[in-house]
Design a protein around this ligand. Sequence first.
Ligand SMILES: Cc1cc2nc3c(=O)[nH]c(=O)nc-3n(C[C@H](O)[C@H](O)[C@H](O)COP(=O)(O)OP(=O)(O)OC[C@H]3O[C@@H](n4cnc5c(N)ncnc54)[C@H](O)[C@@H]3O)c2cc1C
Length: 387
Amino acid sequence: MDFTYPPEAEAFRKEFRAWLDANLRDDVRGNGLGGSLETDDATLDRLRVWNRTLADARYAAIAWPEEWGGRGASVMEQVVYAEEMHRAQAPGTLNPLGLSNIAPAIIDHGTDEQKRTLLPRMLRGDDIWCQGFSEPNAGSDLASLRTSAVRDGDDWVVNGQKTWNTLGNLANWCELLVRTDTSVKHKGITCLLVDMTLPGVEVRPLVTITGEKEFNEIFFTDVRVPVAQTLGPVNEGWRVAMTTLAYERGTVAKLHLGLRSKVQRLLDEAKRTPLGDGRMASDDPVLRRDLARVYLEAELLKLISDRAISAEVHGRAMGPEGSIAKLVWSEAEQHLTEVASAVLGPDALQGPWARDRVYSRALTIAGGTTQVNKNILAQRILGLPRS
Ligand SMILES: Cc1cc2nc3c(=O)[nH]c(=O)nc-3n(C[C@H](O)[C@H](O)[C@H](O)COP(=O)(O)OP(=O)(O)OC[C@H]3O[C@@H](n4cnc5c(N)ncnc54)[C@H](O)[C@@H]3O)c2cc1C
């Protein structure tokens, strides 16, 4: 690690920790959207109150510019923020996708009206946002998307289908990618900000292997979206939608924080789990080897994250470190649940380990699959030709 926590970041830690101690109520601690996205109304209400508390104190999106309710936080302050939220088991906001992926595009490309009407409500969790990018035949090859928008007066008329929309069942706004020119690929895509209550929008939840309604299909039938809700120039939607993570540079630290505490939990449980022959699971040489492997994977992820943060601190763009971190994290999460099953036996078939075991399959798909990430690394780091 070739960076240290500067005094400002430590001062921020002290201030934020004291604020969390004073404001985080036990009924929301550890109960964010992350655990189960099939959130009941009462939980949602509690999380919304917590979201507003964060926003009112300008702690909902510290990386956002001050003008829009953030703090313009430095990379190291963002790292400290992630560490303190994790330490306190504080849930994030109701807009995990909105704050880090959608807002940067609105801040950079939106009209004054779009920013003024949409950002404060997103920050407070008054509106919940989802991303309508993927389609049944356009996932990794997203630019093949076919949901169409045809101009008619002051409206776009939208028809088509999106799928795998996280939070789509709770969302009332959607960042939607549509095709506005069929004669070209990337250059024929436009980004729209769509009010999900408009006539013709139909959300159908998909039940996942965990039994949760995390994803959705969204169908658009002759939906009239005002042209004023176009984000950025027509046919520039690809560039607009890729304006993600521009303000959330410290969040890469979140990955290893979560993984390393799960590894620690498993190590502790291994010391308490009897094998039936007088030994504990942690005494078995094969299990010890497997535990050591996932421990090292988690520590490796921390080093990769430190390296990405170091690049930011020294003014270099993050580059492919993000893809490396995603790759290592998603595979390590899967390995960890496999080792948990071996260590805990039937006890791993219930509770959080059981959910993680099936849920973690999604991690090597979401946000760019393992194979696609490997392609990126092959080209950008190893300098290999495109296949
Ligand atoms: C947890 C989760 C949350 C998601 N949330 C959202 C969301 O909110 N909004 C949204 O729009 N989408 C969302 N998605 C969809 C996600 O972006 C896509 O699943 C992902 O991009 C892969 O697309 P696909 O499922 O169509 O698979 P495909 O692209 O059809 O891939 C199928 C297989 O082929 C492989 N493959 C594809 N292309 C290549 C290649 N060039 N080289 C080598 N192998 C290749 C893939 O790695 C994969 O194994 C989410 C997915 C998950 C799992």
